[in-house]
Design a protein. Structure first.
Length: 70
């Protein structure tokens, strides 16, 4: 009555050979996407300190993503 093969879940493998992004990485990247969309659609520009903060954000996302993969 219970089929063990039906209960197992195969994890899909990415076609490109690269690992998929985790949900936490996607959440960390949300401000980046918002800033890019604001620039494209509304012409928003970064002030000097906002640009510095944006670079710090990108470095933090990189370090977090690297830490999750190790």
């Amino acid at each position: 009555m219970f089929d063990e093969r039906a209960a197992t879940v195969d994890t899909p493998r990415p076609c490109s050979g690269r690992s998929r992004r985790s949900p936490s990485e996607a959440t960390l990247g949300e401000p980046v996407g918002s800033a890019v969309l604001a620039w494209v659609f509304f012409g928003e520009a970064f002030a000097r300190w906002q640009g510095v903060g944006f670079v710090m954000l990108l470095v933090g996302i990189y370090l977090a993503a690297r830490g999750e993969r190790q």
